[in-house]
Each structure stands twice: as structure tokens, then as C-alpha cells.
Write a protein that binds this ligand. Structure first.
Ligand code: HEC
Length: 156
């Protein structure tokens, strides 16, 4: 074979490898975003300060555990995370959000958030301070409530 044929074949091979790398990077990124693992800050432009961040559908009925969780949530979490855990722009994120699906933020993340607080990492609202005065059972009920809201909205 002549030298330029080798060059042409080499060029095609390099282009194919480059395309494969580009493809695997972009599909990997899409997969991470779909599962909520991406570390990007959602774009909230267009949402007024103090307005709910997520549009949340509320289930027609809650389990009794989730009903107790709703009362506890409204008493201590809703001041920041908003009614129906829809978030409050400028204050705290919606918990009805793909970031908080159970495979990414398991139930332990809720116990830890309430007991130890949270260092800001997904949003720009600052840290969450620990919430005192809740029993483990209270937090379990809150988790049941938030998971019920998430399920109704296609998360989980
Ligand atoms: C004073 C405001 C405030 C209150 C009250 C509050 N939170 Fe938060 N919470 C935040 C902020 C801000 C974040 C976002 C941190 C970040 O940027 O990821 C957060 C994040 C979380 C997270 C995500 C944890 C993680 O690992 O990323 C969970 C779960 C959570 N809160 C649950 C609760 C629950 C349950 C309550 C009530 C018991 C509650 N929060 C009360 C402000 C608050």
C-alpha cells in the first residue's frame, strides 16, 4: 500500500476514536443528570424571589404516617422548603425534585439533614442548620410524606 493510504486510514481511525470519546462523554453526562447526580445549580431565573420553585401535584390521599409527616413538615420544614415541599426561591430548595429521589438522597439524608444540618452544595441558598426537637419517628413520618409527594410527581 502507498504511504498516503496509510495516512488516510490513520486519519479515519483518529476521527472515529474522537467521535466515540465525544459520544461516551455526552451520554455519560446525560445519564448522570437523569439520575440527579450532576453537580449543577438549577437555573432559577424567571422565578420570583419567595415564589415556589417546583410545581407540585398533591396526592388525593396520604397514608396515616404521611399525614403525621405533613403536620411535622408544615410545623418545622415548610418555613424554608415551602408548602408541599415546593421550595421557596431564595430560601431553600424543593424536596420534590429529582435531586432528592431516594436513590440519590436516601432516607438517611433526611435524618442527617435534620440532625446535623446540610452544607450547601446543590443550590445557592446557603447551609441548612440542624432542626431540633424532632424524634426519629417524626423524621420518618416526614420522609413518608415527602416520598408520597415525590411519587405523585413522577420522582422515585
Ligand atoms: C432555615 C431553612 C431550612 C429549614 C427550616 C429546613 N431546611 Fe432543609 N435545606 C435548607 C437548605 C438551604 C438546603 C439546601 C442545601 C444545598 O444547597 O444543597 C436544605 C437541604 C435539605 C435536604 C437535602 C440534604 C442533602 O443531603 O442534600 C433535605 C433532605 C432537607 N433539607 C430536609 C429538611 C427537613 C426534613 C426539614 C424539616 C425538619 C428541613 N429541611 C428544614 C434549608 C432549610
Amino acid at each position: 500500500m502507498e504511504k498516503r493510504h496509510y495516512l488516510a486510514i490513520g486519519g479515519i481511525a483518529i476521527a472515529a476514536v474522537a467521535a466515540l470519546i465525544a459520544w461516551s462523554m455526552s451520554s455519560g453526562m446525560a445519564a448522570r443528570q437523569a439520575s440527579g447526580h450532576a453537580m449543577f445549580t438549577p437555573d432559577l431565573t424567571g422565578i420570583a424571589d419567595g415564589a415556589p420553585i417546583a410545581e407540585v401535584l398533591v396526592p388525593a390521599a396520604f397514608s396515616s404516617e404521611a399525614q403525621m409527616g405533613e403536620r411535622a413538615f408544615n410545623a418545622v420544614c415548610a418555613v424554608c422548603h415551602g408548602a408541599n415541599a415546593a421550595g421557596i426561591n431564595g430560601t431553600a430548595p424543593p424536596l420534590v425534585h429529582i435531586f432528592y429521589e431516594s436513590t440519590h438522597h436516601g432516607d438517611a439524608a433526611f435524618y442527617s439533614a435534620a440532625q446535623n444540618g446540610v452544607q450547601a452544595h446543590h443550590w445557592k441558598f446557603g447551609d441548612m442548620a440542624p432542626v431540633t426537637g424532632l424524634t426519629k419517628a417524626d423524621i420518618g413520618n416526614i420522609v413518608a410524606y415527602v416520598r408520597a409527594l415525590q411519587r405523585e410527581n413522577g420522582i422515585n
